[in-house]
Design a protein around this ligand. Sequence first.
Ligand code: 0PR
Length: 415
Amino acid sequence: MSAAPSARARGRSARSRDASALVSLPQRPIGPEALRRRLQQAGREDWDFSKGRIFGSMCSQPHPAAVQASRRFTTANLGNPGLCPGTARLEEEVVSMLLDLFHGPAFGAGGHVLSGGTEANITALWMARNATQREEVVLPESAHFSFLKALDLLRLTPRWVRLDELGRARVEDFRRWVGHRTAAVVAVAGTTELGAVDPIPEIGRIAEEARVPLHVDAAFGGFVLPFLEGKGPPPAFDLEVPGVTSLAVDPHKMGMAPVPAGVLLLRHREASSSIAVASPYLSSPEASGLLGTRASSSVAATYAALTSLGVQGYRRGIARVLDLTRRLVEGGEALGLRTAVPPTMNLVVFHHENPVAVQTWMLERGWDVSSVRSPSGLRFVVMPHATPLTVSKLLLNLRSALTRFPPGGAGSVAR
Ligand code: 0PR
């Protein structure tokens, strides 16, 4: 369902286990200088977006104004909104700007700023299950693994939709599965592995006819698709499609906000009431969301990213990463690689029968790339921290890697 865990991630978890066995809470304060040294050391061990060598992540160097805004709001807690009416207003404005961008209706729509795509997807299915009191979810095989968590937590049964040769969900499978047991239908605008966009207008018609909620996961594609230029209008994927009832979009991916920041938009604001619980001792009588205490710095940071960039800023940023993606595709093809699907976004998968060997080889030389299992391939997410120079250097290293591990394995996306 999603990109294989990187060799880096595997190495790191082993290291952190060893360290935790040795460390205990100090008896006496260690002092600011020792603390600074320790944090500096840990920071050096972490990968740094600014070096432009990370091609396996959907996050990037956030906008500086967003980082600053986040620092200013470290104590705000929208779990108790009465104490921070200013941040609550910023949340409303963020939701309103995004409803406008994603074609929400003029009246009655709503949304929440959350911690990311996982929380947004779980929350959307939670609302749908409670509203319908049904037990099945119809979702594509390409759905992010956060949906597996949602299915498990909410005890819902999946009805899997197969993919076509371009990695998009097959409409006929929705027709087959959507019915009186369906609690929710899921479609993806920008899949994690391939960046594919499902045929959401057609899926929307099926959901609307059956009167079931349709949740669109645009965690990655949400800040790309509206800003694509020069290829004609992008396919409709958002609340413009009448059947779509909720949409997840992540400011901390292509939105240029720091982690954590996700947004869940709702066609009907009152959908939240299906998951509301009484919160009598807080400033609001009801709470409707998964978390209690909320890092509301995310709200301020998202507000800062949205307003500092505006439509123009996002358009420019998308044009830039798409140009770099084109260079990567051309460079890869010159090395004998073939794309699994023609990229529609800043994400490329090249067929390769042993991607983990290439990934590990690249990792040892300081490059973070990822791999996918179906179809077997090397995956590159070209995020805003990439530059023409780092793409050229990446291709040089890739050339060496491919002499040892030549490409092959042109498997199909369709399963
Ligand atoms: N929906 C889609 C389409 C996603 O791609 C992701 C995450 C999610 C939902 C879940 O979002 P959160 O992680 O914000 O909860 N996609 C990336 C992935 O799983 C997340 C990621 C980001 C992974 C940075 C690694 C990394 O370095 O691959």
